[in-house]
Design a protein around this ligand. Structure first.
Ligand code: ADP
Ligand code: MG
Length: 223
């Protein structure tokens, strides 16, 4: 958990120990909602009280997932709520240890606002230059606006090509931004698990469980 030694004036709960982790991006389909759930579930399994704030009101991906999780009786419970504004979220964070914010697939004013209020901002991206360029562009914009949030790039929905991974890592390194030291591999099994209301290491397949545990550990270590 991030200890706020010098909280900025606009943070969601300056005096409390709630950690705010946001998933933002310039594109849709890069894994923001999937990774938000992976982190939320990992923290919930550690006994943390977790709230997912779903700001993608068109898709409500996490809200729908939360309903499936409840329907299927999957434990631990993860609270998911839809939000439209930061004001509403600020009123709801009391009693939670971690708030995971999932955002729309288009960076807008809200992306900048929530990034400023977050302890950590994750930017998931594919390994292609098509994804990397706008992601690093957004990371630069967010870094430029100031604030104390940590920015971390996450290689997401990755394929099996080592060469592509290495190229992507080298590009991120040259940009000067931190890259998560685990990737989120593209595997069909993760989709079926998410449809059931599970995420990450809750996978029934052992291989997927292992891959998910690695990224969960890396995400949790960033907090
Ligand atoms: N690791 C993965 N393996 C397979 N499918 C994935 C994986 N991560 C996400 N997906 C799927 O890819 C699509 C886009 O992911 P999503 O997390 O919704 O992206 P975003 O929130 O950035 O738009 C969804 O259909 C999701 O189920
Ligand atoms: Mg989404």
């Amino acid at each position: 958990m991030v200890q706020r030694t010098s909280p900025g004036p606009t943070k969601i709960q300056p005096e409390s120990k709630v950690t705010v982790a946001s998933f933002v991006g310039q594109k849709g389909g890069v894994g923001k909602s999937a990774l938000a759930r992976v982190l939320a579930v990992a923290a919930a399994h550690q006994g943390k009280r977790v709230l997912i704030g779903d700001y993608d009101l068109e898709q409500l991906t996490c809200v729908e997932w939360g309903a499936a999780r409840l329907r299927n009786g999957i434990e631990p419970e993860v609270e998911v709520r839809a939000f439209k504004s930061l004001k509403k979220l600020r009123k709801k964070v009391d009693g939670f240890d971690l708030v995971v914010v999932d955002t729309r697939g288009l960076a807008d004013d809200f992306t900048e606002e929530i990034s400023k209020e977050s302890d950590i901002v994750f930017l998931p991206t594919g390994t292609s230059m098509d994804d990397l360029r706008p992601t690093i562009g957004l990371a630069k914009r967010l870094a430029h606006q100031g604030g104390s949030s940590k920015i971390v790039i996450v290689l997401s929905r990755t394929g099996r090509s080592e060469r592509l991974l290495e190229q992507a890592l080298a590009f991120i390194e040259r940009s000067g931004f931190e890259c998560l030291d685990a990737t989120w591999p593209q595997r069909d099994g993760f989709q079926s698990d998410m449809d059931l209301g599970k995420a990450g290491s809750e996978a029934s397949n052992l291989y997927l469980k292992l891959a998910a545990t690695k990224i969960e550990t890396a995400l949790l270590n960033c907090l």
